[in-house]
Design a protein around this ligand. Structure first.
Ligand code: PMP
Length: 457
């Protein structure tokens, strides 16, 4: 076996890590961690550290680590048929079965699943399908996509543009011109603290309406949003937000893409976030929880309404000019089938709802009164703690103080618990696997309280 120091050296010399401070890493100012194995909610590195992963990788290992049923399904598939493409009517038992299982669980009026590999490419597919849709309907001007500030939809060219976080635009010449951003439903950070939730929802809807009027409804194709904002800070919407947004979109004949990459397949304690909030999307993006990350697989679930137009388009123009070599890869599909079976057999969606509520409640009890805790929020197995310099004014700490990252680092160092310092603001995020027990939730909360005390007193 290779020595750890040899691997560390090769790592710094050869490996281009995503979402990493490249210079600092190459110079050794940033630690590397070589992860070796994992089971349940714990990962283990090559140094022998066992860490409680309260972020499920990148909120994706929903059924927990080390599930042999999924590993065996992958191995069986690889032995029987590692690959065949899905162009011109080809498929495999796994890909066809999985498409049926997804549609059986999806909201009503959904028609077909297009498979990709990750959330970014699925959202790229969605935008292309919507452009195609409006070209077939002879509305060539109706192409712009509205997204929210703080939304996260990937890091490709269009999807990085849809993502409403500065870091993903800066120095990349993004956003592209077809993408427009509107207000996030971030009640805690509203400009006017006197606004009630109801007033804030009306404000978000009227901001959206103003954007549409400014640009012209005949230029806007779709609106994309996560049922709960994820990477932008784990922000559940205020009550009534989705119906209010949907009413505006319907009025202007604008399609709705629900990006359920994080919320799909149970994270909110419901199978889909759309079901949870009464959203009626035209397209749903799925990825992460589809396979619990045992293999890369994503999907675009297309509604009857969109499908009817796509079908007409290919009758007129020949096959759709959109496909990946690895669309519906059999190994990903086999992992998806086994994963969705496991979710049902172990009742993991209801566990996500129940233990998630417990985690949120316990976090609020432990930290709700702390002078630097401004907000504790969550839904299902998502939870966030937002730190402020001053509770009344909700003022920010100096970004250079890196309070969020410091607390996450302390949590890891003191109690070997992984949470995520969200990329914008001092927000500590939790998104554990759905198999988290109440005892493990207690461990996470106690460790967080200790880390907060160590950094902020
Ligand atoms: N949409 C959402 C809501 C996401 O959270 C993510 C990833 N965090 C993506 C899209 C992009 O997925 P991927 O990283 O698999 O491309």
């Amino acid at each position: 076996m290779l020595k750890n120091d040899q691997l560390a050296e090769w790592d710094r010399d050869n490996f281009f890590h995503p979402s990493t401070a490249l210079g600092a890493f190459a110079r050794g100012e940033l630690d590397n961690r070589v992860v070796k194995t994992a089971s349940g909610v714990f990962i283990e590195d090559r140094e022998g550290n066992k860490l409680l992963d309260a972020f499920a990788g990148l909120y994706c290992v929903n059924v927990g680590y080390g599930r042999q049923d999924i590993a065996e399904a992958i191995a069986d598939q690889a032995r029987e048929l590692a690959y065949y493409h899905s162009y011109v009517g080809h498929g495999t038992e796994a890909s066809i079965t999985l498409s049926k299982m997804i549609l059986d669980r999806a909201p009503d009026n959904m028609s077909k699943v297009y498979f990709g590999l990750g959330g970014s490419d699925a959202n790229e597919t969605n935008v292309k399908l919507i452009w195609y849709y409006n070209n077939i309907l002879d509305r060539p001007e109706k192409k712009k996509i509205i997204s929210r500030w703080r939304g996260y939809h990937g890091s490709g060219l269009v999807t990085g543009s849809l993502t409403g976080l500065e870091l993903f635009h800066k120095k990349f010449d993004l956003p592209v011109e077809q993408v427009i951003h509107t207000e996030a439903p971030y009640y805690f950070r509203r400009d006017d603290l006197d606004m009630s939730e109801e007033q804030f929802v009306a404000h978000c809807a009227s901001e959206l309406e103003a954007v549409i009027e400014r640009e012209g409804a005949d230029t806007i194709a779709a609106f994309i949003g996560e049922p709960v904002l994820g990477t932008g800070g784990i922000v559940p919407p205020p009550a009534g937000y989705w119906p209010a947004i949907q009413a505006v979109l319907k009025k202007h004949d604008i399609l709705l893409i629900a990006d359920e990459v994080v919320t799909g397949f149970g994270r909110l304690g419901s199978m889909f976030g759309s079901e949870h909030y009464g959203i009626e999307p035209d397209i749903i993006t799925i990825a992460k929880g589809l396979t619990s990350a045992y293999a890369p697989l994503s999907g675009s679930i297309v509604s009857d309404k969109v499908w009817a137009v796509l079908e007409k388009g290919t009758d007129e123009n020949g096959p759709i000019g959109h496909g990946w070599t690895y669309s519906a890869h059999p190994i990903g599909a086999a992992a998806g089938v086994a994963n969705l079976k496991l979710l049902d057999e172990l009742n993991l969606v209801s566990n996500a709802g129940e233990v998630g509520a417990y985690l949120n409640k316990s976090m609020a009890e432990a930290l709700g009164e702390h002078a630097n805790v401004g907000d504790i929020r969550g839904e299902g197995m998502l939870c966030a703690v937002e730190f402020v310099k001053d509770r009344d004014s909700r003022s920010f700490f100096d970004a250079a103080d890196k309070i969020g990252p410091q607390i996450a680092a302390k949590l890891l160092e003191q109690d070997k618990v992984i949470a995520r310092a969200m990329p914008q603001g001092d927000i500590l995020g939790f998104a554990p696997p759905f198999c988290l027990t109440k005892e493990e939730a207690d461990t996470v909360v106690a460790a967080t309280a200790r880390a907060v005390k160590a950094v902020l007193g």
